[in-house]
Design a protein around this ligand. Structure first.
Ligand code: PGA
Length: 260
């Protein structure tokens, strides 16, 4: 794992966008995995900026999103379809045909999940998956107790996650209970995972994911088994680490060829 601690979320988001932009420049047909929530919004703003100012070209990339709420129409303002359109897709030159987001309206959920897995495979696998982390340690919507080798499937949200997402729905009671999410096995197949976490409320989940045991009770801890997982954090999200000074030293002393 690579742990990068930046002074604040602005600097971390700018670096995240640089890492993504570099991949898109090197591999115009890259397959990118996108995440939703508050955390990646600033990164997406930076990508939109790079598209406008430096003509960063998203015309050939393919996108796969991590998850979607069951029962929400793509037009619903709190759906992740709507989120992605508003925060990124409508503001860059991505080909709408190459956007993939799990369907919250599928009549046969297991078949639709299998189809999603098949699409990822047919497109050659995900080159870089952006991840947030829940206060309960989830990635995607893989809540604690998720199988560490799970694939795309339906999950039931914990009360804590429903509370965390209540603001998007005007109250906890309106947050759907079920979601479709890529599994932990699906995420582990991505060639690179870039996890972003900002703020003190994420410090405990981040510390447990990085420095605790690998356990289904902290789903993000499976990234300890990933060959290329990067945790990109602000100071607050890094405040629970026991070995922060070591991670800082490693990052500050990277050889030039390893720098982003
Ligand atoms: P957040 O959500 O970015 O809104 O904090 C992260 C997550 O639940 O994965």
């Amino acid at each position: 794992m690579e742990i990068i601690i930046q002074p604040d979320s602005r600097a971390a988001s700018a670096l995240a966008a640089r890492i993504i932009a570099r991949l898109v420049r090197e591999k115009p047909h890259a397959v990118l995995g996108f995440a939703t929530g508050n955390t990646p919004i600033e990164t997406y703003k930076n990508l939109i900026d790079l598209h406008r100012r430096e003509k960063l070209d998203f015309g050939d990339i393919t996108a796969f999103n991590l998850d979607e709420y069951v029962g929400l129409d793509p037009a619903h303002p709190a759906s992740y379809h709507a989120y992605m359109r508003a925060n990124l897709f409508d503001r860059i030159n991505i080909d709408p045909e190459k956007i993939n987001i799990p369907s919250g309206l599928a009549s046969d959920i297991p078949i639709s999940c299998q189809h999603y897995e098949d699409l990822i495979r047919t497109d050659g696998g995900i080159d870089l998956q952006i991840l947030g982390i829940g206060t309960d340690g989830h990635i995607g919507f893989n809540e604690p107790s998720s199988s560490l080798s799970s694939r795309t499937r339906i999950k039931t949200l914990t009360d804590r996650t429903r509370k965390d997402n209540a603001a998007f729905f005007g109250g906890e009671n309106n947050v759907p209970r079920h979601v479709i999410t890529m599994g932990l096995g699906t995420i582990m197949d991505c060639r690179m995972c870039l996890l972003l976490a900002f703020g003190r409320k994420k410090a405990r989940a981040v510390a447990e994911a990085v420095e605790g045991p690998v356990t289904a009770m902290v789903p993000a801890s499976i990234l300890q088994m990933h060959p290329r997982a990067v945790f990109l954090l602000d100071e607050d999200a890094a405040s629970g680490f026991k070995r922060a000074e070591y991670y800082r030293w490693v990052y500050d002393n990277k050889p030039d060829w390893q720098k982003y």
